[in-house]
Ligand binder design. Sequence first.
Ligand code: C2E
Ligand code: MG
Ligand code: MG
Ligand code: MG
Length: 287
Amino acid sequence: RAKGSSIFGPCYFDPEQDDAVRERRELANDLRHAIDANQLDVHYQVQASVVTGEVTGYEALLRWQHPERGDVPPEIFIAIAEENGLILSLDEWVLRRACADATGWDHQTKVAVNVSPVQLAHAGLPQLFHQVMLDTGLPPRRLEIELTETAIMADRDRALHVLRQIKALGVGVALDDFGTGYSSLETLRAFPFDKIKIDRVFASELESSPEATAIVRAVLALGKSLSIPVLAEGIETDRQLEVLQREGCDEAQGFLLGYPASGPVSGQSPFGDAKPLPQQASAEQVA
Ligand code: C2E
Ligand code: MG
Ligand code: MG
Ligand code: MG
C-alpha cells in the first residue's frame, strides 16, 4: 500500500504526498511553455564500433533547463509529458532538431531518436517521418528510431504495421533497453529490428557478475543468429569494453566513449577532432 493511504482509501492530508502532486502539476504546466521559451535542448551521445572504434552514430537525448529548478532529468519530465500528451510535441521537436543537426555531420554518421509509446500509437507517425526527411533533407538511412518493448506491447499489431511503414521509408529501427521488458524473444522474432541495444544494467555488472556476462553472451549469440547487430549501453570502464570486445559485441555507448554533449555548430563536424575512440576515452572523461 502506498505511503499516506489506509484501508479506507488515500489519506488526503499527507503533506509530503501533497507536495509531490503539486510539484508534478507545476512541472506539467511549465513544460507546456518550454519549447516556446527556448528551454529545451538536444544533447548527443556517441555510439561507436567496438571492433574499430569508429563512430557509427549519435543518440539524441532531450534536455530541459528549467528557469528556476535547473536541469530536470528526462526520466521525470518525459513521464509527465507521456501522461498529458505533450510528448507528441516534444518528440516531434527533437526529431526535427536532430535530423536538421545531423545534416551537418559526416555523411556516414547516423542519428538515433527515441520514440515514446504514445508517439508510436499515433496514426500520423510514418507521415511525420516522411515530412521531416523532406524538410531537412536528411537521407532516411541516416536516421534510426529507438523504441522499447513497452512501446510495442500496448498494441503489437498496430506497432508492427507502423514500424513496417517507417522501415519502408528507409529509416532504421532499434530495440532499446533490451532485457528489461516483456516477451523479448517473441518480439525479436516478429519485429524487423536493425539493432538490439542491451540495457545498461547488464553492462554495469559485467565485471562483478558472471550471470550478467552470461546474459550478454546469450544476447550476442541471439543477435548473431538473427543477423541483428548488438549495441551495449552504459559502458563506463575499460574492463567492460574489453569484455565486449572479447565476446564479439558490435557497438557500444556509454560514458567511457563520451558523455551526452550539446550539439555542433552548424556546418561543422559534430565534435571536432575529438573522435571518441575507445582508447581515447579516459582523456574524454576528464574533459
Ligand atoms: P535511453 O534511451 O535508454 O537513453 C540512455 C540513457 O542512459 C541516457 O539518459 C544517457 O545519458 C544514459 N547513459 C548513457 N551512458 C551511460 C553510462 O555509461 N552510465 C549511466 N549511468 N548512464 C548512461 P537520459 O539522457 O537521462 O535519458 C533517460 C531516458 O529518457 C532515455 O533512456 C529515454 O528513454 C528518455 N528520453 C531521453 N530523451 C528522449 C526524447 O527525446 N524522447 C523520448 N520519448 N524519450 C527520451
Ligand atoms: Mg534510447
Ligand atoms: Mg536505452
Ligand atoms: Mg531507457
